[in-house]
Write a protein of this length. Sequence first.
Length: 310
Amino acid sequence: MTKIYILHENDEWTVHLTNRLDELGAPYEKWHLSEGSIDLSKEPPEGIFYNRMSASSHTRGHRFAPEFTTQVIAWLEAHGRTVVNGSGAIRLEVSKVLQDLALRKHGVLTPKTVAAVGEKSLKEAVDAFDGQSFITKHNRAGKGLGVQLFLSKEGFYQYVDSGVWKDTVDGITLLQQYVQSPESYITRCEFINGKFLYAVRVDTSEGFELCPADACQIGDKFCPVGENEKRPKFDIIEGFNDPIIEKYEAFLQENDIQVAGIESVVDKEGNRYTYDVNTNTNYNKEAEEKVQVFAMKELALYLQQLLKGE
């Protein structure tokens, strides 16, 4: 019997999907790819393969899970298997540099970004921001890894020299233009089957929470100035209809990404900057219940339809 195979490295992030698959009676099997082996002389099983490998796997002790998943996906695709979020998705998931370049190709505005390796290059890269505030982040990240706000070159030099700064898992650190939202929120657009499902407003008045399900907090220094109005942390925007959606969908199609959450922030002039693509996206239960739209249910239905050949 053919199945839906879930490629992952974190059981906590699969339970909501498997619950929905159970409701549908859809057969599935989980492949935890923090370790394992593949026999390249053999064919993979028949079925639909859903990749939800995370760039932050190393923070859970699964340092080489993305590398192994890349090889597994190549094996599956070489044998003509259907992979949801295949090689294009894993390629962008582990590199914000590649995300930025791919977004720019489709006319999507992204913050000015410089990628650097080594302390000397990092210090030299600061000059690209002409005295303006900037943030740092890890190239291979997730969970807001390495995000810090710096108001001056001197402050950054002190940080790098202090011993607090740590190299990234792939050695690449990004310095990025700081885009301040006057209303202290970011927008996250969710896509399933490469099509827009909904947009969620994420309140950042108490710091960014980049992962809707896991409350991945980063430092308050990155928080745009603003009053906390006690509004919900996550709120689905009903009727969201921004021209950026068409560009996002074209970007996803070209990169063979079917499931993603794409984050953006609007500055005081009304310019929308897109800064992150998450191909192992999670969803916020409370926000979905308010509008009765359930992304994990839609994802389960999509995978079931693929399995049935619909």
